[in-house]
Design a protein around this ligand. Structure first.
Ligand code: ZN
Length: 246
């Protein structure tokens, strides 16, 4: 039995008992945990307004075996603009759904936490939303070790150049013209270059990227293939954001 101090983001919550809530938190040090907030639904609870999804908070937790109880909670960051705008909140819930499926343990916890916090910061500013959403997917899969090698044919290992005919199949295998077979989509070299650049670069560099509508469409399509092959279950938020544009 002991007390712990952590910083974490609230990903999910649900009611339990008569007045309590269960909150799913991701913190760099503990990974994803569920913690109980006793009396959180009481009208005079000190948790009211603090335990909201997307909030980044400093928590004091009490740990008893594998059960966590929240004893204190202080908001560090609340994404005001996201909360006030339907489009931005829908995009953020999409990010959270992906994050919940991929981020589990504290392994790479710092990187994962920075990624979700920085991406939400960008969505809060409401600029280049689609670029930041796709960046999030690329970096999430990269951290999980699930992003295929972007710069070569997955079969014969040939390196891409401007002339390459790059194919991707439904399972996310990337191949050159000679190695490809069956039902495949052609991807422009520039899209592969873009994914590679995003994978390697910090946010302040990525922010400068300008994408036209075609870049956006192809990047989105390729990332959807990679993501679905890794997650292998439907994303509930996907149909809600399908019609959203920047
Ligand atoms: Zn090949």
């Amino acid at each position: 039995m002991r007390y712990l101090n952590i910083t974490g983001i609230i990903l999910k919550k649900h009611n339990t008992g008569e007045q309590d809530q269960y909150v799913t938190i991701f913190s760099p040090t503990l990974g994803k945990i569920d913690a109980r907030a006793r009396g959180a639904r009481k009208i005079n609870s000190s948790f009211i307004g603090h335990l909201e999804i997307l909030n980044i908070c400093d928590f004091q937790l009490y740990k008893n075996q594998n059960h966590f109880t929240i004893t204190q909670c202080q908001i560090r960051k609340s994404y005001k603009n996201i909360r006030e705008t339907l489009n931005q909140s829908m995009l953020s819930f999409h990010l959270l759904e992906i994050f919940l499926k991929i981020a589990q343990s504290e392994e790479n916890g710092d990187e994962l936490f920075d990624l979700i916090a920085q991406t939400l910061e960008k969505i809060d500013q409401n600029q280049k939303n689609q670029l930041h959403i796709e960046t999030f997917k690329i970096k999430m899969l990269d951290i999980a070790g699930a992003l295929p090698n972007i710069s070569r044919c997955g079969n014969c290992d040939i390196r891409w150049n401007q002339e390459s005919m790059i194919h991707i199949d439904e399972e996310g295998h990337i191949s050159c013209f000679d190695c490809s077979s069956g039902n495949q989509t052609l991807i422009p070299f520039n899209t592969m270059k873009l994914i590679h650049f995003i994978q390697q670069s910090p946010f302040d560099q990525i922010e400068k990227i300008a994408m036209n509508q075609q870049d956006k469409t192809i990047l989105k399509k390729v990332m959807a293939i990679f993501l679905h092959n890794y997650i292998s279950s439907e994303l509930k938020t996907e149909k809600f954001i399908a019609h959203l544009h920047e």
